[in-house]
Design a protein around this ligand. Structure first.
Ligand SMILES: [Zn+2]
Length: 220
């Protein structure tokens, strides 16, 4: 099966013991877009990546699949890292910056080649992180994070994994200059699937596959 073929979890069985769920975000060009300044759309999809029991686990733990993600009670989705080759466990997170000079920050964001502006109106401007060079596949350009500059001088940044956030922070340091302060990272819960029942459960993210997290039901 192709790595990048979307699946519908509600149709047809997918065996949690034979692979991973992977969440992708793409920017797909659309020449018929209503706003010619932003000819495209963001597209999120989940794919199934098959794995063999003795394979190195794709989550980055360094263990074998059978001793790592396959042994978990919950099916915790992966997302691709900004290198486009490796993966991380999904761990949604965000940071917020209060800024004073909105116009100059906006201009720097617009001029940064690693970013693509996807919407710009009176209240907010949005960018997705592509990296340099941007990585394309058959679904569009891979996106690794979101930046929103609000009218009230708040810069709101979201990323789906630790590695993605650690990639965005140096960019934000460049863009914000003197206005950059090491931010507090807020972790959101992640939707995992109970392998036995197929039910979706919101869970605190395990951000480091090698670390210990006493609150993580996967490790009971
Ligand atoms: Zn794993």
């Amino acid at each position: 099966m192709s790595r990048n073929k979307p699946i519908d979890l509600y149709k047809g069985p997918v065996d949690p013991n034979s692979g991973y769920l992977c969440m992708w975000m793409h920017w797909r060009p659309n020449i018929d877009a209503p706003d010619p300044q932003f000819p495209g759309q963001k597209l999120s999809m989940v794919t199934f990546i098959p794995a063999k029991s003795g394979d190195q686990c794709l989550c980055g733990s360094g263990k074998k699949f059978r001793e790592c993600c396959r042994a978990r009670v919950y099916w915790h989705p992966l997302c691709p890292n900004p290198d486009g080759k490796s993966f991380s466990l999904m761990a949604p997170q965000s940071v917020t910056f209060k800024i004073s000079n909105r116009a100059s920050i906006r201009e720097r964001l617009m001029n940064d080649v690693r970013l693509q502006c996807t919407a710009d109106d009176a209240d907010s401007a949005f960018w997705v992180y592509w990296g340099d060079p941007a990585l394309d596949d058959q679904h569009g350009t891979l996106c690794f994070g979101d930046i929103e500059l609000k009218r009230n001088r708040t810069l709101y940044v979201t990323a789906m994994s630790d590695i993605r956030m650690q990639t965005l922070l140096p960019l934000l340091r460049d863009v914000l200059g003197d206005e950059f302060k090491p931010p507090k990272i807020r972790h959101e819960s992640v939707a995992v699937i109970d392998k036995k029942t197929g039910n979706r459960i919101q869970m605190r993210a395990t951000t480091d596959p090698r670390g210990k997290s006493p609150n993580d039901p996967e490790r009971r």
